[in-house]
Design a protein. Structure first.
Length: 365
């Protein structure tokens, strides 16, 4: 079947809308007609020179849509079902079997390799040329994506905008899950969120839901900090104009924060975040860190924890419906973070995301 997709031809070329061919679903696979797909910062890892990705490739891993066809053996969903797509996992390794599919032993191969595990691909150019695909088990910057039964989550609610739910499958799940699952933030405590992008603000909304008392957002962009305030941050810090962010956090939180979430991936921010924890405090790190991080051991020995987190330690089949329920009740207003674009505006959307103007671009198909 012919589809349209935004193809990344190489790490430094603009996205191009191309007609491609998608195969019929194999056993266990689910062909989804995409109605909306978010752009996550992780899609842009493929833009970093030297990072090994298949190219050309169709990226996109925050898709939502309607099941069009299912492969043999699929029972979880049927054509016509509304679904959110999440990351792929094998379902058989030790971590998958113990409810931690985000740490699947085949996570890298299943989500980043650019093909199915056996090297075959459901996508190709119309002339049969190879096309990188299966990005996070979906490649959803396209009118249609091939997922599997394991990484689709059925949307039961009728009163939600399906086209903006895709980021629940990655960015929003990562931020909210890090606060609820990884940190296990408790009511009345303090939390500092470094980076008020899509992941950080989802974390902030979750911190309000669990009832954290002092909620501090740190960012470089005033527009993002204003939104953080509207979403319930009790304090905001502009790291561009604040000479000593760590001292400011300590002052606001009465000596240090119990919890922190880093979404910046900036080594200096992480170092400061550890210093700004109170004894026994925990920092969850979700931002992709380029390079090494160093800490001063004296402050760190005070019972502090640094926890690396994939996908908010969330089990998508349970956590995505939970976020949809928060959203329906109005406590998780993801629409405030989203700006919609057409898929052929993808280069502009990338630019707006990188410049800080748009928090979560979502392509509506
Ligand atoms: N671990 C995971 O499973 C997972 C999942 C999704 C995304 N991610 C990663 O999470 C990170 C955040 O994603 P996002 O979509 O929210 O990106 P984003 O770019 O929208 O957000 C990052 C924010 O950090 C801010 N920032 C950068 N440097 C800063 C500094 N020195 N001080 C304060 N703030 C600073 C930026 O202004 C920006 O608002 C990315 O690295 C992404 O790849 C990880
Ligand atoms: Zn992502
Ligand atoms: Zn596994």
């Amino acid at each position: 079947m012919k589809i349209l997709a935004a193809v990344l031809p190489s790490h430094d070329a603009p996205f191009e809308i191309r007609e491609l061919e998608i195969a019929d679903p194999r056993p266990g696979e689910v062909l989804v007609r995409i109605v909306g797909v978010g752009m996550c910062h992780t899609d842009l890892l493929a833009r970093i020179p030297g990072v090994p990705f298949a190219s050309p490739i169709v990226l996109g891993h925050e898709g939502s849509g309607i099941v069009e066809r299912v492969g043999e053996g699929v029972t979880k969903v049927a054509p016509g079902d509304k679904v959110v797509l999440s990351y792929a996992s094998c379902g058989k390794c030790m971590h998958c079997e113990t409810g931690l599919p985000q740490y699947c032993e085949l996570f890298g191969a299943l989500n980043f390799m650019g093909s199915r595990l056996d090297g075959s691909a459901p996508l190709s150019g119309c002339d049969g040329s190879p096309m990188g695909c299966c990005w996070f088990g979906q490649s959803s910057f396209a009118t249609h994506a091939m997922a599997t039964e394991r990484n689709v989550v059925k949307v039961m609610a009728d009163d939600v905008r399906l086209e903006i739910l895709g980021p629940l499958g990655c960015g929003f799940q990562t931020g909210a899950g890090a606060v609820v699952n990884s940190l296990g933030a408790r009511p009345g405590t303090s939390i500092v969120i470094y980076g008020a992008g899509a992941v950080g603000l989802a974390g902030l909304m979750a911190a309000k839901i669990v009832g954290c008392g002092t909620v501090v957002a740190v960012d470089l962009h005033e527009n993002r900090l204003s939104l953080a305030k509207e979403l319930g941050a009790t304090h905001t810090i502009n790291a561009k104009t604040t000479p000593d962010v760590t001292a400011e956090v300590r002052a606001i939180t009465g000596g240090g924060t119990q919890y922190a979430l880093d979404t910046t991936g900036v080594p200096a921010v992480l170092r400061g975040a550890v210093d700004a924890l109170r004894p026994t405090g925990t920092l969850a790190v979700v931002g992709v860190v380029m390079g090494d991080i160093s800490f001063s051991s004296s402050g760190f020995l005070d019972g502090k924890t640094i926890k690396g987190v994939i996908e908010g330690d969330a089990y998508p089949a349970e956590f995505i419906p939970k976020m949809i329920e928060w959203h329906r009740r109005g406590t998780f207003p993801i629409e405030r973070l989203v700006k919609t674009y057409r898929l052929d505006e993808i280069n502009q959307a990338q630019h707006d995301s990188e410049s800080g103007v748009t928090i979560k671009p979502v392509f509506v198909l």
